[in-house]
Design a protein around this ligand. Structure first.
Ligand SMILES: Nc1ncnc2c1ncn2[C@@H]1O[C@H](COP(=O)(O)OP(=O)(O)OP(=O)(O)O)[C@@H](O)[C@H]1O
Length: 237
């Protein structure tokens, strides 16, 4: 359904992505693991149309080549990004933030159905629909950000470090909610530092290092991989 090939990206002289190839199947959950600066955010930004890759890249989604499309047209094609740092509007309420997520043409006619889906996936948001987002906890704000992205009716939801800065118990809640999003049939592409948690809801994962994909396997195999354990799970194997 989603296929990236030969994706390279320079920031000036700096090569941030080097011939990256990756896929996400329909309804599949895929995690990208890698150290700080490996290029994970750049990969999501390029896929979302927020940064322009080097010539020669191919990014295909549901049969269409979307590589040169601007961000709003990538969204119309069915790919939504929840950026690192969330990007919610703090001085608007939960329901106002959600309403803003439904501006895409593909989403406008489905506002009520999408809102009902978001509230069923995140019951906490339903209780707090009139609350200003800047009075909410970090975990709740992350749920608003995910809810807003879901309002665009995506087929692929990309998340950049959704657990960043959240307390462990909140991270647990967040991943339980992402598990429910996954069950609803969406494909997910997640960049995460919380390797254990993200692999626990994933089908597959890629390892990134210095702008390149250096490994790929099922989530179960990665969880048991000695190199992954050493690098990301704090094990001394
Ligand atoms: N706008 C930019 N201009 C110049 N260099 C950039 C820019 N954005 C990212 N980089 C550089 O590109 C490389 C990849 O960055 P990227 O943010 O994609 O990595 P990451 O794996 O997401 O890391 P992190 O987990 O720290 O966010 C880094 O060396 C970073 O300094």
């Amino acid at each position: 359904m989603f296929e990236i090939r030969d994706l390279s990206l320079h920031y000036g002289q700096h090569l941030a992505l080097d011939h990256v190839a990756a896929t996400v199947g329909k309804g599949e959950t895929v995690v990208i693991l890698g150290a700080n600066g490996a290029g994970k955010s750049s990969l999501l930004k390029a896929a979302a149309g927020l940064v322009k890759p080097d010539p020669g890249a191919s990014i295909r989604f549901a049969g269409a080549d979307i590589v040169s499309r601007p961000a709003h047209l990538v969204l119309e094609a069915g790919i939504a990004l929840v950026p690192e740092g969330r990007g919610v509007f703090g001085d608007l309420t939960v329901e106002e933030n959600l309403a803003l997520g439904a501006y895409a043409k593909r989403a406008r006619a489905h506002g009520k159905t999408s809102r009902d889906l978001v509230y069923s996936l995140f019951p906490k948001l339903a209780d707090r629909r009139k609350q200003f987002v800047n009075t909410m906890s970090g975990g709740e704000q992350q749920m608003v950000a995910i809810g807003r992205a879901l309002m665009s009716k995506p087929d692929l939801l990309m998340l950049d470090e959704p657990s960043l800065g959240l307390a462990p118990v909140v991270v647990g809640e967040l991943f339980a909610a992402l598990g429910r999003v996954r069950e609803s049939g969406l494909a997910l592409l997640i960049v995460e530092q919380n390797v254990r948690m993200s692999l626990s809801i994933a089908d597959r994962g890629y390892l990134m290092e210095a702008g390149r994909i250096v490994g790929e396997n099922t989530a179960t195999a990665l969880m048991n991989d000695d190199a992954v354990k050493r690098a990301f799970l704090g094990a001394t194997v």
